[in-house]
Every structure is written in C-alpha cells, then in structure tokens.
Design a binder for this molecule. Structure first.
Ligand SMILES: [Zn+2]
Length: 341
C-alpha cells in the first residue's frame, strides 16, 4: 500500500504539469485508472473523472484532488538571451530561486535552464542578501550558448511557453521531500484508493466518483462539469503545517475552516468521528490562507455538503515535505469513511 503510493507519487511529481498545461499528468491518470479497471473520462477543460462503483445507486460522493502545480511561463525574451518570467499560481520567487527548470516549447522541445537573480555572483554583487526577489530582477538562463533574443527564438522559444520546476523528489527516513506534493500526494492516495477498490479491499454502499482537477492553483479547478447525483464532496488536498496548527507531516488533517469560510459541519464531523473511532492519527485545524476545490465547487453553485482533508505537507508551495504515515492515514480515513457509508 505505502510502496504503491510512493511509486505513484514519484512518477506523478516527475510528470510536469504546471497549471494550464497538464496534459501529461492527465494522460498518466487516464492510463492508471484504466489499469485499475475504471472507465475514466475527461471534461472539456481536462478534469479527469472515474466512477469506482458505477452500478451502485444512491447519493453520490465526489472525492477530488488536483494535479496542476505551480510553475512559470515565459513573459519575454530579453535582448541578452535570458528569459523574463511570470509565475503560475501563487508563490514567492525566493521559493524557486536557483532551481533547475525546463522550458516546454510549442514545437514539443524541452530546453533546460536555471532561475536566478540577474546578478547572482557574490563576487560581483553585495546586494544579493538584501534584494527583494521580483520578476524584474530574476531571469531564466538557458543551458545553451545563446547571447541574443534572435538566438533564443531560433530554439523555438516564445512568450507564453510553459516552464516547469525540478521537483527534486527525495525519499529518506520515511519522509518524501519534493515540490508539488500539493496536491500530487493526495492524487497518489486517490489512485491507491482506486487500486485497492479493484482488489476488493474496501467497498461502499454509495456511488463514489474520483475527480482530478487541473486548474486548482488558479481557483476554478472544480467549478464545472460535475457528474449527476452528487450530494457530498470531499476535497483531498494538502493539510497545512505551521505556526499554531496541530497538523504535521505524519497526520491526516481535517480542515474546519479556511479562507473561503467553514466547511460543512455534519460531513466534517462524520470524518472526525470516523478518524477517532478508527484510532487514526489526525488533527482538526483551520487553514489561515487557503481555498480548496470543494469551496470552488460551492462558489460555482453546487449544492453539496463539503469537506476538506489531506496529509500534512510542510513548507507548502516551496520544497515541500510529507511523511509516509501522513499518506497512509489519509488513505485509511477515506477507506473507513467510505466503507461506513
Ligand atoms: Zn493544493
């Protein structure tokens, strides 16, 4: 179970899918879900769906995770052959400084580079420690001998090209360190849930549909194209770790409230009672700066009870960290909850 989640997670984080350009991750999901005996399908904007027990009748339950990630996009090619960039999703540029990146051209080529300050050498600049990182003083330097705008254009690079960040997946001491654990950690858990359903490890008396969204980082991931008959939606997304919160990387986090407001009391409470009864390592928290696909669905007008759970992920939107126990606890909470329905 844990090994499967870790293998899937490593494959997923190594599949670039900056928000807005997620087709490789979509293809990965479609293939995996077919392997697990599902008949996955996609909406126009790329969301991937899979009904786990399509012959079951009753009030439908939707479980979502998102596979779009943070990233960069080419804003302009500078006259010196460097790239000015714009961010995809919200993060401080410090979190991507000195990271290896890949530019994905519209011709299908990939060209490596590094994001760094325009003047990154300590032997030249005394300002490095004091400089505020902005898109005007940071640039992507390509790993090609190019010294002009024209030479970069000859590589096939143009404004609007997507740039992915090196995820740097490391598994050590039970911890996974990587970019994009938000929310590929939960997507890997949902894929394992599908695999274990196929193996008969759990069943539910309610119809359960998985939904993998592709525009969560820009807010409208789960806003549209829902299946019929849903009454409850649980977003499975990273739990926040930090400050005065109780969640850590070994726990499954249950969110009572985030920036979008409180989650549904009864559905959230049913998850809390399930975790308690099953003796799981969980924490109930509020997330100070956060919105989820479940709140996006409600804002779009869906009349659901909604909840938010997920493994605790530290250093969110940076070089993130989770523990395998947090992944296991999340899977177990879902299986216990769905089985009791
Ligand atoms: Zn997320």
């Amino acid at each position: 179970m844990t090994k499967e989640i870790l293998r899937t997670l490593e494959e997923l984080v190594n599949t670039p899918s900056p928000t807005g350009w997620t087709r490789l991750a979509e293809q990965y999901l479609m293939k995996k879900l077919q392997e697990y005996g599902c008949k996955p399908y996609q909406s126009n904007k790329g969301t991937v769906y899979a009904a786990l027990n399509p012959d079951t009748k009753g009030d439908g339950l939707l479980l979502s995770a998102h596979v779009d990630t943070l990233g960069l996009m080419v804003r302009a090619i500078k006259s010196n052959g460097r790239l000015r960039v714009t961010t995809l999703g919200g993060f401080p540029l410090n979190y991507a400084e000195q990271e290896n990146v890949v530019v994905h051209t519209r011709d299908g080529d990939t060209i490596d580079g590094t994001l760094r300050l325009n003047e990154p050498a300590v032997h030249v600049s005394r300002e490095i420690g004091k400089t505020e990182r902005e898109d005007s003083n940071m640039e992507v330097v390509l790993d090609r001998i190019v010294r002009s705008k024209e030479e970069v254009e000859e590589l096939g690079i143009c404004a609007g090209d997507y740039i992915s960040l090196d995820p740097r997946f490391v598994y050590t001491g039970g911890f996974v360190k990587s970019r994009h654990l938000d929310d590929k950690a939960s997507a890997a858990v949902l894929l394992e849930l599908a695999r274990r359903h196929k193996e008969g490890k759990w069943t539910s008396a309610r119809p359960v549909t998985l939904m993998f969204t592709t525009f969560e980082e820009v807010g409208h991931g789960a806003a549209a194209a829902h299946p019929e008959g849903i009454t409850d939606m649980i977003a499975v997304d990273m739990g926040v770790v930090g400050d005065d919160l109780r969640t850590d990387e070994t726990k499954v986090s249950i969110c009572a409230k985030d920036s979008s407001g409180p989650y549904n009391y009864d559905l959230t409470d049913a998850l809390v009672q399930t975790a308690k009864k099953a003796g799981l390592d969980y924490a109930v928290d509020i997330y100070p700066y956060y919105g989820s696909d479940a709140s996006a669905a409600l804002a779009a007008g869906h009349d659901y009870r909604h909840a938010l759970i997920g493994p605790g992920v530290a250093a969110s939107h940076g070089y993130e960290r989770v523990h395998e126990k947090g992944l296991e606890q999340t899977l177990q909470l879902l299986e216990h909850f769905l089985t009791a329905q």
